[in-house]
Design a protein around this ligand. Structure first.
Ligand code: 8DG
Ligand code: MG
Length: 131
């Protein structure tokens, strides 16, 4: 059961026309700092998950999402907080992807994803993408 205080997060698995996936590294001072992540962030009150996804991807990686489909939902309890990751597969977008918040970022092949340290909640996302 999801905890009532769980943080609802919109997460985007952005895929380019070569089939590579965008990942970036969380700032050290943040929750799950230094881990790699898929871009995204907290869904605000009165905002749909899709709207949050579009807003966060515009803010964090400079793109306008034009097509995305639900990929998976993960509820996970860290010792210090609970999250619900609402993960979307972003197939098409306009704009040139780059990280706007000074984080390290790169495009990686699906088969390379398992080599990157992701937060524990991401294990199933990476498994689904890698297979
Ligand atoms: N964006 C993102 N967050 C993740 C992933 N995996 C994972 O456990 N999280 C957790 C870490 C955070 O506790 C939470 C998302 O927080 P965030 O720091 O991205 O939220 P935000 O962009 O709205 O940040 P802020 O404006 O509040 O600083 O979800 C992931 O792949 N991507
Ligand atoms: Mg974020």
């Amino acid at each position: 059961m999801a905890k009532s205080n769980a943080i609802h997060v919109a997460v985007g698995v952005i895929e380019n026309t070569d089939g590579a996936i965008f990942i970036s590294r969380r700032h050290q001072h943040l929750h799950q700092g230094d881990k790699w992540e898929f871009p995204g962030g907290k869904v605000e009150t009165d905002e749909s998950v899709y709207d949050a996804l579009c807003r966060e991807l515009q803010e964090e990686c400079n793109i306008q999402v034009t097509s995305a489909t639900p990929f998976t939902v993960i509820q996970f309890d860290y010792p210090d907080k609970s999250v619900i990751l609402d993960v979307w597969h972003v197939h098409s977008f306009t704009g040139t992807v780059h990280q706007r918040e000074g984080q390290e970022w790169r495009w990686v092949d699906r088969s390379e994803l398992e080599a990157y340290p992701f937060p524990e909640a991401n294990t199933r996302i990476v498994d689904l993408l890698a297979k």
